[in-house]
Design a protein around this ligand. Structure first.
Ligand code: MYA
Length: 415
């Protein structure tokens, strides 16, 4: 009868609740609960369809004035073409951006990297948002968006990729982040864009998938000295160094650096490859030129050109993101390369990635990192990557995905 149905539902809710609590998903999110994102209560609800969670509002109804900040602070649009402003953003992030759980390392994105990551084809200056202290004019917080076309299953959706959210250490836990997120959302809406993609190390409602970082030691002695890794059980330093030793130069015939003339072929190769993933960027030649053409100390790309036919058959790339080493006597910088987009059609992915490890070693990187996205699982273990402790959660704003996604279904790497 009706009553028993109600009580069954109630007990089901209790079970779901305790499941969510046990998964630490039951946590309340005062801000995120108000946003058009997948909510924990909707997980597994098959009646919800894929696509926008809420429809666009008419542009005339988008709030025209910025959100209010606490009185001592003011908004600033950061002109990343100005070397001075770029330097201010760089310093804010260098001192206050993401650290590992043990506070041993902090990301140290270079100015060249920030300029590359933010001044993308068709970018909006208004999406590079800073907060200054009114009195001193010091930059104390930052958030950024850049435009992207992201394909979700068969739909190509205009989105903002949101990154570099940072609040100065002295201003934490004052609910500044929600104001910054609302402000970037408002400015994205003003460009008639209603969806966004972002990643974070923290769990929020609700990841589309959760990825793991894997690390390949290139300079094991330094990694152990700075506490990034530990000597394995029954291992000596010299055995460890031998274990991670690599050949002096790449082994695949026709393996070379990507050049401007390769943009059309690389675009074709990449578009075809990315079409198999559930979520992936929709890249044209302009995007490929910006994101993948080698850019000194920012992004490196290599390809295999068939010695006979001159056909481009394989492609691989990584970006450069050093970390500051906090409080070590001997070292201050960890040189890390991050796997970006890789495509193999003729050379095996494992051999391709082994060649990329060799190049990264030649370029003096200490470690090569990769997420378990796309087909990366196929080479991680064989090439002696070890699992890291950090997780990276991927999110979409105002877009629901119907089916749970595995990391291997993801064809998107955010910086
Ligand atoms: S991820 C990198 C984030 N940056 C860092 O981790 C650097 C070091 N940490 C900090 O600078 C601060 O701790 C930050 C939070 C700024 C992160 N993403 O102001 P609060 C929620 C989203 O009191 P603070 C990246 O850049 C938190 O759950 N929300 O906290 C992508 C809570 O809400 P709720 C986050 O510690 C960013 C509220 O903020 C994050 O002083 C994508 C607390 O605010 C986080 N990483 O400052 C942003 N961390 O109560 C979303 C905390 O509900 C974009 N919170 O749990 C959304 C799409 C927007 C565009 C839409 C267009 C259509």
């Amino acid at each position: 009868d009706g009553d028993s149905v109600v009580s069954n539902n109630a007990s089901l809710e209790t079970i779901v609740q305790s499941f969510q609590d046990s998964m630490s998903l039951g946590k309340r999110h005062k801000f995120w609960e108000t946003q058009p994102v997948g909510q924990y209560k909707d997980v597994g609800d098959a009646s919800l369809s894929e696509g926008p969670i809420e429809p666009p509002t008419p542009l005339s109804e988008v709030k025209q004035e910025p959100y209010n900040l606490p009185n001592a602070y003011e908004w600033t649009t950061c002109d990343m073409e100005s070397a001075e402003t770029c330097d201010e953003v760089y310093v804010l992030l260098k001192n206050n951006y993401v650290e590992d759980d043990e506070n041993m390392f902090r990301f140290n994105y270079s100015k060249e990297f920030l300029s590359w990551a933010l001044r993308v084809p068709g970018y909006y200056r208004s999406w590079h948002i800073g907060v200054r202290a009114k009195a001193s004019k010091k930059l104390v917080a930052f958030i950024s968006g850049v435009p992207a076309r992201i394909r979700v299953n068969t739909e190509i959706v205009k989105m903002a990729e949101i990154n570099f959210l940072c609040v100065h250490k002295k201003l934490r836990s004052k609910r500044l982040a929600p104001v910054m997120i609302k402000e970037v959302t408002r400015r994205v809406h003003l460009e008639n864009i209603w969806q966004a993609a972002y990643t974070a190390g923290v769990v929020l409602p609700t990841p589309i998938t959760t990825c793991q970082y894997w690390h390949r030691s290139l300079n094991p002695k330094k990694l152990i000295d700075v506490g990034f890794s530990r000597l394995g059980a029954r291992m000596t330093m010299s055995r460890t160094i031998k274990l991670y030793k690599l050949p002096d130069s790449p082994v695949t015939p026709g393996f070379r650096k990507m050049e401007l003339r390769d943009v059309p072929a690389v675009t074709r190769l990449l578009r075809n490859y990315l079409s198999q993933f559930v979520v992936a960027p929709d890249l044209d030649e302009n995007d490929v030129e910006h994101w993948l053409l080698p850019n000194e100390n920012v992004v490196d790309s290599f390809l295999v050109e068939s010695p006979g036919s001159h056909e481009i058959t394989d492609f691989c790339s990584f970006y450069t993101l050093p970390s500051s080493i906090l409080g070590n006597q001997n070292y201050s910088i960890l040189k890390a390369a991050y796997s970006y987009y890789n495509v193999s059609t003729k050379t095996s992915l494992t051999q391709l990635m082994n060649d990329v490890l060799i190049v990264a070693k030649q370029k003096d990187f200490d470690v090569f990192n990769a997420l378990d996205v796309m087909h990366n699982e196929n080479f991680l273990k064989e090439l002696k990557f070890g699992p890291g402790d950090g997780q990276l959660h991927y999110y979409l704003y105002n877009y629901r995905i119907r089916n749970a996604l595995k990391p291997s279904g993801l064809g998107l790497v955010l910086l």
